[in-house]
Ligand binder design. Structure first.
Ligand code: SF4
Length: 620
């Protein structure tokens, strides 16, 4: 049981019951933790056709073997469930302090089913849990909820909560912790809201059993030294965090511009307010997750201007681009304000920014008018209306009510050609990395079990000493598209592993690969190899795909917006002329995965090799 508390809880919110669940050896060894374990459980537990916002959906909060140990870094937890945004597999993950608190509270994972009659929160401590009345918290913002829980239960209480957006079932709602860290994607905040579950609160001092504590301690020292020495991308994360990437992304063509129809340097020029130096005057202090030596985040407060006083965690690159280049906004301070609103109301900033960009383009095309927007004039770069519209989405006010469904459903209801302005894969608004800059992203966005995600296959996260030496680096030219797709299997598998062990992908990028594997071995007592981890990650992806097949989603039938793959190609800018050969890249990936090139169905032989042949019937 090393690396785990050995205890999971099954909470039936309809019945108000809490039952322990075994975390058996097979689950631990074959699926490691996080959404690996979550997918294997939910593929059986959620019936085909279940309404994501109905009682049959299951919402799980799961840690991994790294979480709350001496490992660098063991800060994360994941949330899993059927996504109300895509209708298929959903997961999201977050750092901060909640994941470690859950594990130190004595449990590895909690799963919720059913719907509570009245608002509740779950309190976890010393391996036990109880449901508590949350009627007084319902309607409160994220920060007010966290404040109140700390007042009532003590400062050591750590909570994962929803804000009003999740309560109002916005399909782009996030689950928040630590006043602004987000399990943002997949719309799982709405699932939590549908269950009338306002929060999970955890606290405790339980020690996670570790196979070789001395070895892990030694590895922690070595890992901290690697970070100090600037291994991998650690200097970048330490110096600026992702906030330091915004201008690089905007200039290179990686960041989408003007709802993905514009060109970098043409429709969005050098955003000087977004350089890290320009952001620095607003930074109040550094902020890091649980025992992380990288400390990539910052706390900011806008010092002057119209948005003076706006504050919170520094907007990450994704937020800065979603509310910057993609809506042609040059006002950094307004991005801090939009970020504050999203974090406090519990909205995913990627999806919220993408939805605002969609609405602006609908307004430009006359599909939306001031009658729909309560008099608000929407336009590219009109930062005050961008901020206002974000508030309206969170409150579901006027057009915000429709937009809270996310751009794809909103477009379906609006019609008149609005569908072309909803830039997505499989219903999930795309993150701020453009396949016209890195073509393999198109395959990842379309065919991953959780579509439209940039953290599910990180071919750009090449840890030093990565054994696959010839894997092309992220963004290394689009001229040769052939021969790149085959690397997505390894990239997907390793991203799954590091998401599932409970570490941070920035640590993956900042440490030598041997270090990451050795830490897992020291924790669990099993000597892992790179190849075993790739096989485990591949197994996890196949189980997530089995979930989707069961719920009627086939990877080849998932739609990705034309603009994102260069149909038609841009005429100007650094990615001018690029059209992604998505079919060729997909075929290469599927062949490497042992999936049928026409349908994406895994071969029975491959399922057998991965030890999951029992899931063959799920693939039809
Ligand atoms: S690198 Fe940043 S996001 Fe990752 S654990 Fe450290 S502080 Fe948190």
């Amino acid at each position: 049981m090393n690396g785990y508390m050995g205890r999971m809880l099954w909470v039936d919110l309809t019945a108000g019951t809490i039952e322990p669940m075994p975390l058996d050896g097979e689950l631990r060894e074959k699926y490691v933790g996080g959404y690996g374990i979550g997918a294997r459980i939910l593929v059986d537990k959620i019936p085909a056709g279940a309404d994501p916002l109905g009682p049959e959906n299951v919402l799980g909060f799961i840690t991994g073997p790294y979480t709350a140990t001496d490992a660098v870094v063991g800060s994360r937890y994941v949330v899993v469930g059927k996504s109300p945004l895509t209708g298929g597999w959903g997961d999201a993950n977050s750092g901060g302090y909640f994941g470690p608190a859950l594990k130190q509270g004595g449990v590895d994972a909690v799963f919720f089913t059913g719907i509570s009659e009245k608002p509740v929160y779950l309190l976890v401590e010393e391996g036990e849990a109880k449901l508590c009345d949350a009627s007084g918290l319902w309607g409160m913002s994220v920060s007010a909820t966290e404040d109140r829980l700390k007042e009532d239960l003590g400062k050591d209480a750590r909570a994962a909560v929803i804000g009003p957006a999740g309560e109002k079932l916005s399909r782009i709602a996030a689950i928040m912790n630590d006043y602004g860290r987000a399990a943002g994607r997949s719309g799982l905040g709405a699932v939590m809201g549908s269950k009338r579950l306002k929060a999970i609160v955890a606290r405790g001092k339980a020690k996670v059993p570790v196979a070789d504590p001395e070895r892990l301690k030694g590895l922690r020292s070595k890992a901290s030294k690697q970070i100090k020495d600037g291994t991998g991308f650690s200097s970048f994360y330490t110096a600026t965090g992702t906030a330091g990437y915004t201008v690089i992304g905007a200039e290179s063509g990686d960041s989408p511009v003007k709802n993905w129809k514009g060109a970098a340097g043409v429709d969005y020029e050098y955003p000087k307010e977004f350089t890290y130096e320009a952001q620095e005057p607003h930074i109040e202090k550094r902020w890091g997750c649980y025992r992380c030596p990288i400390v990539c985040s910052r706390m900011v407060k806008v010092k002057d201007g119209f948005y003076a006083g706006a504050k919170g965690h520094i907007p990450e690159y994704e937020t800065q681009s979603a509310y910057g280049s993609n809506v042609v906004n040059y006002d950094y301070r307004s991005v801090v304000k939009a970020n504050e609103i999203c974090n406090d109301q519990g909205l995913d900033t990627i999806s919220a920014g993408a939805t605002v960009a969609f609405a602006i383009e609908c307004f430009e095309a006359g599909i939306l008018t001031e009658k729909d927007t309560d008099g608000l004039k929407l336009d590219w770069g009109a930062h005050q209306s961008i901020v206002k519209l974000t508030e309206m989405i969170a409150e579901r006010r006027a057009i915000g009510d429709l937009l809270a469904e996310g751009p794809v459903l909103a477009a379906q209801k609006l019609g008149k050609g609005a569908e072309a302005f909803a830039i997505h894969a499989g219903g999930s608004p795309l993150p701020m990395h453009d396949p016209r800059f890195e073509p393999t992203l198109a395959v990842i966005y379309r065919t991953n079990a959780s579509p439209g995600r940039h953290t599910q296959a990180c071919q750009y996260l090449l840890a030093p000493n990565h054994p696959v030496k010839d894997m092309p680096m992220f963004g290394q030219g689009t001229d040769v598209q052939e021969g790149r797709g085959k690397y997505i299997r390894v990239a997907t598998a390793m991203a799954h592993i590091f998401n599932c062990v409970g570490t941070c992908l920035f640590a993956y990028l900042s440490l030598e690969m041997d270090m990451l594997i050795e830490q897992l071995s020291a924790i669990t007592g099993k000597e892992w190899t790179f190849d075993e981890l790739v096989e485990t990650g591949e197994r996890i992806e196949n189980v997530r795909q089995a979930f989707n097949w069961k719920h009627g989603i086939r990877p080849m039938e998932v739609e990705i917006s034309d603009r994102a793959i260069g149909v038609p190609p841009l005429k100007e800018g650094p990615t001018a002329g690029v059209t992604v050969d998505i079919e060729k890249l997909t075929a290469e990936y599927f062949e490497d995965m042992g999936w049928d090139v026409g349908t994406g169905r895994p071969s029975v032989e491959r399922l057998k090799r991965l030890g999951i042949e029992e899931l063959a019937p799920a693939f039809g």
